[in-house]
Design a protein around this ligand. Structure first.
Ligand SMILES: O=C(O)C(=O)COP(=O)(O)O
Length: 317
């Protein structure tokens, strides 16, 4: 019987599907330590974003056929190595794009309208600060979108409906009614910059001292992608030296942030704890889709279209 190793807990409905499936055996290794497991017939592992699926990890499982990520970001999976070994890498493209887009817009509005301070003051019983936290409209401003995938497109659509001008940079020019530009031009033009690129070697530290120096001193940056896409130290320096207006993110580097980080404490920095896609609806769907795709492949049935990230490379190999 095929075995599936679960490396992190999944939402209840996904666990129920796995437990009810009579044709697979479920093993768990929530600490990522698979040494003591009986590895015979382990054909699939399911992970979320926590631990790294390294070559050493995959080498311990000689019958491994697939690594499934319940979610989208594959930065914790060594995709090249998996592909070399003929192991399918699965994710759920688009599954959380609406919820992440809504979170990005929320962070944008919170930052632009000083919402966090404004609400906190009233909760403290203080009404008289209202002129200090009046903020500004996003209407009429330019939103720079880095990465026009499914999340970037949703953010752009909502922002456009709110009266923003959209300029974007992406490896591909899309058939979209927005201005396509170079990275440099997007950085220069953006009043608000929102990041929606995956974390790859090419995007690591994309926002650094040099790229920040191209931006407006009043610009805001929103990061709902991955922490290491920005050089936090450079962003911190830019903020304290008034070379950047504000920063809001759902992701940090590392996660959780180091205790007492001066960056997190800045008044114009707002951080949420990597929860953008964790609404019940989306979290359940991310987990259920991953489980159903793994079961379909183990049963030689068709999984959801587009869920095999390295399909093309595997076909061409
Ligand atoms: O799908 C993704 O890439 C995500 O970041 C979702 O959040 P998670 O890492 O599953 O808590």
């Amino acid at each position: 019987m095929s075995k599936i190793v679960l490396l992190e807990t999944l939402a209840e409905p996904a666990m129920a599907i796995l437990q009810k499936a009579g044709d697979v055996e479920l093993l768990t290794a929530y600490d990522f330590n698979i040494e003591s497991l009986d590895k015979q017939n382990v054909e699939a592992v399911i992970t979320r974003g926590k631990g790294q699926i390294t070559p050493e990890f995959m080498d311990q499982l000689p019958q491994l056929k697939m690594v499934a990520r319940a979610g989208v970001g594959l930065d914790n999976v060594d995709i090249n190595y998996a592909t070399q070994k003929g192991i399918k890498v699965l994710n759920n493209p688009g599954v959380n794009s609406q919820t992440v887009a809504e979170h990005a817009i929320s962070l944008m509005l919170m930052l632009q309208r000083n919402m966090f301070q404004a609400v906190s003051k009233v909760k403290e019983g203080n009404w008289s600060w209202r002129n200090e936290f009046s903020g500004d409209e996003i209407y009429g401003k330019t939103l720079g979108v880095l990465g026009m995938g499914t999340i970037g497109q949703k953010v752009a659509k909502i922002a456009e409906a709110m009266g923003m001008k959209i300029i974007y940079s992406d490896p591909v020019k899309h058939y979209l009614p927005y201005t396509y530009a170079s990275l440099e031009d997007v950085l220069k033009e953006a009043d608000i910059l929102t990041l929606h690129v995956p974390l790859f070697d090419e995007t690591r530290n994309l926002i650094n001292e040099k790229t920040l120096s191209l931006m407006k001193k009043t610009a805001l940056i929103i990061n709902t992608a991955r922490g290491p896409i920005i050089d936090e130290k450079a962003v911190y320096e830019a903020l304290v030296n008034q070379k950047l207006g504000g920063f809001a993110a759902d992701v940090t580097n590392p996660e959780p942030p180091l205790e007492g980080s001066p960056f997190i404490g800045l008044p114009n920095v707002l951080i949420t704890a990597h929860l953008a896609s964790l609404t019940d609806r989306t979290y359940h769907k991310m987990c259920v889709d991953a489980v159903q795709n793994v079961l379909a492949l183990l049963r030689n049935e068709e999984p959801q279209e587009g869920c095999i990230f390295n399909k093309l490379q595997l076909t061409n190999a």
